[in-house]
Design a binder for this molecule. Structure first.
Ligand SMILES: *Cc1c(COP(=O)(O)O)cnc(C)c1O
Length: 350
């Protein structure tokens, strides 16, 4: 291991709370949130609902729980949910949609990159007792497994119009929606108006230690409260962690632009390094998905060599690694990692 501190690019979930955030958490006013009496949680929920232009929000322990509550809200057992095969709600939540709610996933591989109306046309099943009832469309923005891309809002609007016309609900997995907001300059409320519910994570790029929210109508969030309790997500003096999330919302949104600039430093290095390429095309936000050519070794081997030099990345396929910028990655850290990428191939010239 090199003597300089480790640059951890595995995920934007690895951030530690800043000193100011810890102070806000230590000083948080608290109460019993299961009784709706924690003033800090209530303030966070109000701020979040306002930011998304929705009537209400519910603080939950994780993004997974926010997504799963949304599925439980919109669907009955036997219903069908439509999403991209790489959607977090389908791929990375332990099969929860069928395990918890008896919902059938119907994954649709988009023709080009992210789901568009053309991919969905004709896919709402007719009212016929042979079929599962198509009920919910789940989109993800930014979409992690598609390179952290921002879903074009025109495409979202078209899908939402089609979904309404077919009586389908719309849920947005907006774990990294604030990255999309900062990258594209479109406000959170503008995105949210196309969806019945939106999940957002405070614990990703925003840098809070714990927590997510689900936003929606008063009725939806009233029912979500019940589902959160069923899943064991009712927390007591949760203001301690909500204060971290509130601090993140107030102080760490605009700075996501720094993460995006640092991701560009990594992206340029990938493009200039023999044996590496951008797996999902141009980088738009804080995620850099990298394809490793076999000549350079396996993804695991390449990650091992980076680790030996103090740079951690995620191995997410036999020949795929992901580097992610965040609150605890400085421009100097990104440059150091970029130099290391350039030096991976023995024949590479700087
Ligand atoms: C991280 C993530 C989640 C889940 O969040 P957890 O808090 O880890 O459960 C959901 N969706 C996407 C796109 C994510 O990246």
């Amino acid at each position: 291991m090199s003597s300089s501190p480790v640059v951890d690019l595995r995920s934007d979930t690895v951030t530690r709370p800043t000193a100011a955030m810890r102070r806000a958490m230590a000083e948080a006013e608290v109460g019993d949130d299961v009784l709706n009496e924690d003033p800090t949680v209530l303030r966070l929920q109000e701020r979040t609902a306002e930011l998304f232009g929705k009537e209400a929000a519910l603080f939950v322990p994780s993004g997974t729980m926010a997504n799963q509550i949304a599925v439980g809200l919109h669907c009955r057992p036997g219903d069908e949910l439509v999403c991209d095969p790489t959607a977090h709600v389908y791929l990375w939540e332990g099969g929860g949609i069928s395990r918890l709610w008896g919902v059938t996933p119907r994954t649709i591989e988009p023709e080009h990159g992210l789901l568009q109306l053309g991919d969905l046309r004709g896919k709402a099943r007719p009212d016929d007792s042979h079929y599962a009832r198509t009920r919910l469309i789940c989109l993800e923005n930014t979409q992690n497994r598609k390179g952290g891309k921002v879903h074009p809002i025109t495409s979202v609007a078209e899908i939402a119009g089609w979904a309404r016309a077919h009586g389908l609900a719309m849920h947005l997995d907006g774990a990294r929606l604030m990255n999309a907001v900062v990258a594209g300059g479109i406000a959170a409320a503008e995105w949210a108006r196309y969806f019945d519910t939106v999940a957002v994570c405070y614990s990703k790029g925003l840098g809070a230690p714990v927590g997510s929210a689900l936003v929606g109508s008063h009725d939806a969030i009233h029912e979500a409260h019940r589902l959160r309790k069923v899943l064991g997500g009712g927390m007591r003096q949760a203001g301690i962690i909500a204060a971290g999330a509130l601090h993140a919302l107030e102080n760490h949104v605009e700075r996501l632009a720094e993460d995006h600039r640092n991701a560009q430093i990594l992206a340029r290095a990938v493009e200039e390094s023999p044996g590496l390429s951008l797996e999902s095309g141009p980088v738009e936000t804080n995620l850099v998905w990298i394809a490793v050519e076999p000549g350079l070794g396996t993804a695991r081997e390449v990650a091992g060599r980076l680790k030996a030099e103090g740079v951690l990345v995620s191995v997410l396929g036999a020949q795929v690694i992901r580097a992610c910028t965040h609150l605890d990655v400085s421009e100097a850290d990104a440059s150091r990692a970029a130099d290391l990428f350039r030096r991976l191939a023995p024949t590479a010239q700087a």
